[in-house]
Design a binder for this molecule. Sequence first.
Ligand code: BGC
Length: 754
Amino acid sequence: MGCCMIVYDGEFIIGEDSFDEMSLNKTESIMCQGNGYICVRAYAEEKYPLRVVNTFIAGTFNKYFDEVTELPNVADAFSLDIFIEGVRFFLTRENVSDYNKSLNLKTGELVRSFKFRSCDNEFEFEMRRFISADNIHLGASKIKVIPLIKSANIVVVSGIDGKVTNSGDAHFIDVMRRFYEREFIVSHTKTSQSNIDVFVNVGHRTFVDGEEIFDLPKPKMGRKSVFGEFNFEVGSELIFEKYVSYYTSIDKDVVDGQYYEILRENMKLGYEGLFLRSAEALFLKLWKNDYIEIKSKNYIDQLSLNYALYHMFVMTPAHDNRMNIGAKGLSGEGYKGHTFWDTEVFLLPRFIVQNPLAARSLLEYRYLGLDGAREKAKLNGYCGAMFPWESANPDDGEVTPKFSGVDVFSGEPAKVITGDIEIHIVADVAFGVYLYRNFTGDDDFMCRFGYEIIFETAKFWNSRLEDGDDGLLHICDVIGPDEYCEHVDDNMYTNYLAKWNMEYAIDCYNEILHKNPNLLIEIDLKTGICDVINDIKLRYEKVYISTPDEDLIINQDSSYRNLPEIDLTKYKEASLVATISQDYNMEQISKLKVSKQADVMVLFLLFGEKFSDDIKKANFDYYEPFCLHDSSLSLSSYAILANDIGYFDYGYELFSRATMIDISQEMHSCDDGVHAASYGGVWQCVVYGFAGFRMIGGVLHINPKLPEEITKLKFGFYYLGRRLEIKIENGKVDLKNISGEAVSIIVGGKLLEV
Ligand code: BGC
């Protein structure tokens, strides 16, 4: 049905080569623009019924009646209506030619250019837009229209449209809309339950046939909207610039003065000046330090890695520790802006290694969530902190919706039980703390936040364990990472991490007992750890851990291996994911030997040093054929493992598939938002997989294993407060310590002082 193609151009450009309304949503997601504070989908300025207009500001969560808290779509400031000779402008496959839409990942600019035919005239259009990486509140667009046959009357209606919802849920109450000085358009709305004020400001500069025009727009005010109408007689060229700023009442960077006055000051620099500043800031904040050079026979590897880094910048609210990364970043309504284990297990490593300050902020968010997690534990009859499977505001507690999608058989909404029983998140958060601490050596973080998280999570596990007839402790009725297996007992990943979490709490306890007894007293007041530590010491060793059988296979859980097998070919070959849910409901899927995603493999990724290559191989061979990779979190874990165990060709194939999750030619793979964790997964394939980075206990090991396709890797990173650079090429590893102070790293099995 669709007719357009995604095009990959050089290292930094991702584009689309023709116009097709059916495919609008894909490029809205993959070309979204932002800076961690705000993100705007790359929707067309002009209206289409299938267009999804979303602007999200991190942390502005709101609860609509009895639904779960979600990130609300704020007023739209980039849409506008253009009328040419009285006819509304919009594209169809028939009236457009030379169409190109592209995002420059390096500069952050989105450009659409095309020729548009109206009955007796033709126009060249160029529409550019950016969200500033320099001033996080700011964005701008610049539209150039050139009549090609004769002059034309062009009317532009531009302003702020507050008639936005999240699929029908209206989160905002109108507080004020108005013009200032007859030219600045301003709106003030408030979220209906969380009372967060959102202020949007718009200004314009216009140029006709090379001259700046100072005519004031005709004000127009409708329900929830405020616009100005501009009327132009255009001979050779119209340039229409729109400047936009967003602020909220929860911003930490409180600004002085009226927002529209600040906008006016910025507008003096013009679109080009502001854009240049933004591109420079993006270079400094992202590319200068975090660029990873990957020389590959497949040029797309560099582009897709740059694409992943770009999005991880856009989606990460590193400026505010009350906020975290949503499963769809800030790029769409999917998953309601909620944070999952995706952060700690898939995305956090990228920040720990390359931007430890951002990593710390993401973990502080979990610390701020301790009260909500304690509340959830209490509600469920447990102790300590039971981190929510899905979280919004840090202290909201659990926000997983109770229903999603449809049960194909009953025709009713399908139940979601992850919020009740997908509990491995508790240990995933603890693991994030452990990894951050080991990699950065940030003791201040541990003293202020980390120890408390470790103790509270260990207390949770201690209370969650169940006595078995075998004299061991079990964890029953859970969902492990593999979400196609509901209500399972002794999920290996969950049990292993629970046991590790308890053991690590004992290590931390002993550490502060000796190093800083006063701190222990302080933390004990908040956690009561001293009363339970002996119990934890007695019980952690009894946590049931599946041991490899004679074929070296580890049980994913107590039932998986006895489940009946079905032919999975059709689902494996489908171009879209989760097609199995069209044939079976969740209850039925749970009774089949089929996996949605990597499970035991993720354990090997986190604690690889504890399992031999033979065990990893045997389990890879056993589990992968049953895995549909129906979660975007799956391919990268398998890819890294494949590379680790020497399945280089297959590992590279899985890596290539992982890089294409959102940017393939499948035009609907990410309509409701990008797959944030998969970008962390791609980064891990390169840094953990090919470059072979692994923290083993407190020491960094580097053991590069480049597949045949990749001939060089070069990047900078931080380790124990030092800045280092690594180059891997021709079988050689060059490590440079930029910061001076020596540090020990084990490279290829040898201890080096770098
Ligand atoms: C996956 C989870 C993941 C969630 C959010 C689900 O489809 O199964 O592992 O946390 O998506 O990305």
